[in-house]
Design a protein around this ligand. Structure first.
Ligand SMILES: [Zn+2]
Length: 277
């Protein structure tokens, strides 16, 4: 396959350091002409662009536009990298390509950021309009290393936790839960996180995207988790309610007391650990 480089007006053929645009297409050949308007060099390829049928002729009337092409090649590499993994931060993608590239002329990050974010928007699945539209599947249900990450999915509930992480949650002497509303992605109301204690560190283990903040939501979340733990490890979670949160703002108080009621009404074990006095 011959190499093509995209620009605002479409894709140009890149051959031996020069760029060509399509001039004419027939049943068996595609004719190209140099992208430089003042130059008359032409060539022809087969219809699936795998071979040059007529080499460039006559000679170019100008030097090969190396800097421009290097910039465009770098741009192509960056965009291909986004297509390959659209979950990475744009700046990280750019920096990784800078490390790898052999090109001397590369575009500034701020000059290609918009193109990069457009590419990412095209590659990512569309943002669901409502909770019924949410459907996590394919690579999006796995971790970047390919482990199953989606633990449960239902309207208003998308719960993420790997099998290994769930085992840590079951074994943890204390489980800490907290929700955040600010950074919940549309159309969810909150991200609820369960933390386990692993070697005296609080480690986020399970992330639940919840479609609401009612008692029913918390009850269902706990029910789902307990069902998963029973099914996989023949045990239930021993949950501790962090009393500290009850002394925080009234907003937190309401939220955590709702959760407290949920746990008690479900007859979940409530253990008190020495970590919290
Ligand atoms: Zn030319």
């Amino acid at each position: 396959m011959l190499s093509f480089i995209s620009n605002k007006r479409g894709r140009n053929l890149f051959y031996e350091g020069f760029l060509y645009k399509i001039n004419k297409t027939t049943i068996s050949k595609v004719y190209f002409i140099c992208a430089d308007k003042s130059c008359w060099t032409k060539l022809a390829t087969n219809c699936n662009f795998t071979a040059i049928l007529s080499p460039p002729h006559p000679e170019h009337s100008h030097e090969a536009p190396s800097e421009l092409i290097e910039e465009r090649q770098f741009r192509e590499q960056v965009l291909a990298s986004i297509e390959n993994d659209p979950t990475k931060r744009l700046k990280d993608v750019y920096d990784a390509e800078i490390q790898q590239t052999e090109e001397e002329t590369v575009p500034n990050y701020y000059n290609i950021r918009t193109t990069m974010s457009r590419k990412r928007a095209k590659t990512l699945p569309p943002v669901p309009k409502n909770l019924h539209d949410v459907s996590v599947g394919g690579i999006w249900a796995n971790t970047s290393s390919g482990q199953p990450f989606l633990l449960h999915q239902d309207t208003g509930f998308s719960i993420f936790c790997t099998h290994t992480a769930l085992r840590y949650l079951v074994k943890s002497p204390v489980i800490i839960c907290d929700g955040t509303f600010k950074c919940a992605p549309t159309p969810f109301t909150q991200i609820y996180v369960f933390f386990a204690i692993i070697e005296q560190h609080k480690v986020p283990i399970m992330w639940a995207l919840l479609g609401g903040k009612t008692q029913q939501h918390y009850e269902l979340l706990v029910l789902i988790l307990q069902a998963k733990c029973l099914e996989r490890f023949q045990t239930v979670l021993f949950l501790i309610l962090k009393q500290v949160s009850l002394q925080q703002s009234s907003y937190d108080y309401r939220r955590h007391s709702t959760l407290a009621v949920s746990f008690i009404s479900l007859n979940v074990y409530i253990a008190k650990c020495s970590h919290w006095g």
